[in-house]
Every structure is written in C-alpha cells, then in structure tokens.
Design a protein around this ligand. Structure first.
Ligand code: ADP
Ligand code: ASP
Ligand code: MG
Length: 401
C-alpha cells in the first residue's frame, strides 16, 4: 500500500462536473488500496474574484483581512469535493489548512510553512478516510489565518508529501505536463517526459506558472519526485526529479514573465558606495531586485537600471524618489510595459553560443533588447510587453523547430 498525495488546481475543480471528475480520479486511486491525501485550490477564478471584492471595499485593506477572505475560496472546494466523494460511497473528511496542521510564518499573503503537525491527517488515514485538505492556507502561532502567495497550493501538496513521507506526489492541472513553452501560447510547444528540479525551479521562477517555484524548491530539498499531469486526459505527464535520464537538452524551455517593471535612476555621482546605499533602501522594504544594468560613468555621473516585480513598482519609485537628493541623482524613471523572456537549460553550461542563438531569434523577429542577464542555466532578456508573445514564439522555433 502506498501513500499518494494528489493536488488539483482551480480549473480542475471549476464546476460541478469537474469536481465529480476529480472525485473519480481520487476514489480510483483509493480503490486500488492506496491511502490518499488530496489538496485542492479554489474553484476557477475564485481567488481573483475575491481580490476584486476586497478592492471594491478597501484596496488598502490589511494583509491579515485579505488572508481571511482569500482562504474562503479553498474552503468551498474542499467541502464540495468531499461531498462528491461521499456521493460515490467512499469515506472522506475535508480539513482546512489549520486543521491539517499547517503552521506558517505571520507574513500574511506570502506566508511560509514552518511546520506541519501531521497528527490529524494521520489519524484520519488510520480511520481509512480519504483526506481532502485546503491548499494555500495555514495558521500563525497567534491563531491567525494566512495564505502562502498565489499558486501556493502546489507548495501545500509538496509539503504534505514531504511531512508524511508520501510515495508519490501528483500535481493535476489543465495541461498534460510541463512543456517547452506555455502550450496555450505556443502551438508547437512539446511536453517534456522529465525535467530536473533545477531547470524546473528556473522555469517556474521565470514565469512558467504550471508549478509554483516554492513547491519546486521544497521538492528538491526533500527529494520528492513530482508528476505533473492533466485531470482531464489520461496521458502520462512530466516527472520532476533530481537527475533526468535524458541527455542534457540544450534548453528545456522558454518562459515569459510580465510581472516586471524597469526603474532607472539617472545622473548618479560616479562614486563608491552609491549602488549599495540605493539598493539597501529597497532591500529594507523587502523589494526584490532582478536584472541590474549600470552604465559606464561619464562626466562623473552614471545611470543604474534594474527590474522589480510590477506589484512593488510604485513603492520602489516612491522610496527612491524620496532618497534621490541624498544620492545626488537626477531623476527616477519607471516603465512597467516590459516583459522578461528567458530560456532555461542545463545543457547551456557546456555549450557556447546559446545566448547568441536567442539574440539571433530576437533580431530575426525585430525585437529590441533592453537588458540582459545570464546564469549557468538561463539567459533572460527584458523587452517591450507588446513584443513578448512574438519573442517567445521566435525563440521557441529557433531552438525547437
Ligand atoms: P492550476 O490551476 O492547476 O494550478 P495554473 O493555471 O496555475 O494551474 O498552471 C497551469 C497553466 O500554466 C497552464 O494552463 C499553462 O497555460 C501555463 N503554463 C505556462 N508555462 C507552461 C509550461 N512551460 N508548461 C505547461 N504549462 C505552462
Ligand atoms: N487559489 C490560490 C491562487 O489562485 C492558490 C492556488 O491556486 O494554488 O493563487
Ligand atoms: Mg497553479
């Protein structure tokens, strides 16, 4: 007998018919003699709708209250799925995050899991119940409800798999696995039979939302093999694990991230310490900086450009505008009509010319590059948002056609 964790995303439980479909996948697994813990997200666009409702009333609402609201979405899904499983004649119990033992930090709306007290889940499994757990949520040591950040149910599932030493962790979604690019945007994207944690982590961090990046980080840390597959078809999915059998592909995928904005601070005196001072202001506010570009000094002045998440853009600009006189800078410019396009692949470590091939694809498509950043297994470029889809297609066909 095995313990299997199955996670179903929002589109997999979007309506009654799909909830019944999920119930049949879960009960089939149970009927084969397995213990099953199911993690579900909120139905369809529920989380977006809840955010909209909050904004209608108070866009500046505290994060504690936002979490209280957002956690409601998953409560609907677990109860409906449990009802569907009951209807099929199987023993089942639904649990909210706190009932399932999810203890988190107090960083509301982006809390981190500190520990899972698995006692309740284990007891329910001992009673032979199918356990349906609300993803995305937990509780602080003060007893307040938290959420784990958008896409956080993937992390809930991997965390349970790690804490319970599950034999298998399946992430069911609305596509058949991890593809070489978003299959909804790039027609000839192909499904990868397997992908390493490191490559998947880069792809997820760089915008491939099929898995949340924290879930991949956790899977790597606890060596949990993941299977990403579709809840609508029976096709084999993608296995995410430490080492893949496949020969290192030159690149495994192309990703697009539109949650990015560019800030340029111009006319900064060309002296030591100013970059440090400027970026410490932003890190004090916990604003992540990504690609950084500094111009060569001329006439004793230099410009520094960098990217931040779009959601933190205004805050970053306000903070730097206040600080500009201290820096002796000329102006702070802001542009949020940009997108970051990246290629990821373990194979590029040992092959020269991968970045050049990407730049050639962009040149062929007449897309202008604003910024570039590279690491051992990825190359990212910042371009205009309007060019983003065209760029992804051009790069994808350069490498995969
Ligand atoms: P869920 O609701 O199941 O969590 P998500 O919407 O979070 O599903 O993630 C699945 C979506 O991720 C797909 O519908 C697809 O459009 C998108 N996606 C982006 N990049 C990729 C990729 N490389 N491979 C597969 N799907 C991708
Ligand atoms: N319902 C949450 C969201 O939409 C969590 C998730 O889907 O994983 O972000
Ligand atoms: Mg998701």
């Amino acid at each position: 007998m095995s313990l299997i964790v199955q996670k179903f995303g929002g589109s997999s439980v979007a309506n009654a018919e799909r909830v019944m479909n999920v119930a049949s996948i879960v009960t089939d697994t149970y009927a084969k003699g397995n213990d099953v813990v199911v993690v579900v997200s909120a139905q369809g666009d529920t989380t977006d709708d809840l955010i909209e409702k909050a904004n209608e009333i108070n866009p500046r609402a505290s994060k504690r209250e936002k979490d209280m609201l957002l956690a409601a979405g998953e409560q609907i899904s677990i109860s409906l799925l449990a009802m569907a499983i009951e209807k099929m004649g199987f023993p089942v119990v639904s649990l909210l995050g706190w009932q399932a033992g999810f203890q988190t930090t107090a960083a509301h709306t982006s809390a981190r899991i500190k520990n899972i007290d698995t006692l309740r889940i284990s007891r329910e499994i001992d009673k032979k119940n199918i356990v349906v757990v609300a993803g995305f949520q937990g509780i602080t040591k003060f007893g307040d409800i938290t959420t784990l950040g958008r896409g956080g149910s993937d992390t809930s599932a991997v965390a349970i798999a790690a804490a319970m030493h599950a034999d298998l962790c399946q992430i069911y979604t609305d596509v058949e696995g991890v593809y070489t690019a978003d299959p909804r945007k790039v027609e000839n994207a192909t499904k990868l039979p397997e992908i390493s944690y490191d490559e998947m982590l880069e792809l997820a961090t760089l915008g491939a939302q099929v898995l949340n990046n924290r879930s991949v980080e956790m899977a790597k840390k606890y060596n949990i093999e993941l299977e990403v597959l579709s809840s609508m078809t029976k096709a084999p999915g993608t296995i995410v694990k430490e080492k893949t059998k496949m020969e290192k592909m030159l690149i495994s995928g192309v990703a697009k991230d539109t949650d990015v904005a560019r800030i340029s601070v111009t006319g900064i005196p060309d002296l030591p310490g100013l970059a440090f001072k400027m970026f410490s202001k932003l890190s004090a506010k916990d604003i992540n900086i990504d690609i950084i570009l500094q111009s060569i000094g001329h006439d004793g002045k230099k410009d520094i450009s960098f990217t931040v998440p779009k959601s933190r853009g205004n805050e970053a600009v306000e903070c730097l505008t206040d600080y500009m006189t201290n820096l002796g800078a000329k102006e702070v410019l802001y542009d949020d009509k940009v997108a970051k396009i990246s290629i990821v692949g373990a194979g590029m470590e040992s092959h020269a010319g991968v970045a050049t091939k990407m730049f050639e694809a962009l040149y062929d498509a007449q897309v202008n590059i604003q910024m570039i950043s590279t690491s051992e297994i990825k190359v990212s470029v910042l371009i205009d948002t309007v060019d983003a889809d065209k760029a992804v297609k051009a790069i994808h066909s350069k490498f995969f056609d």
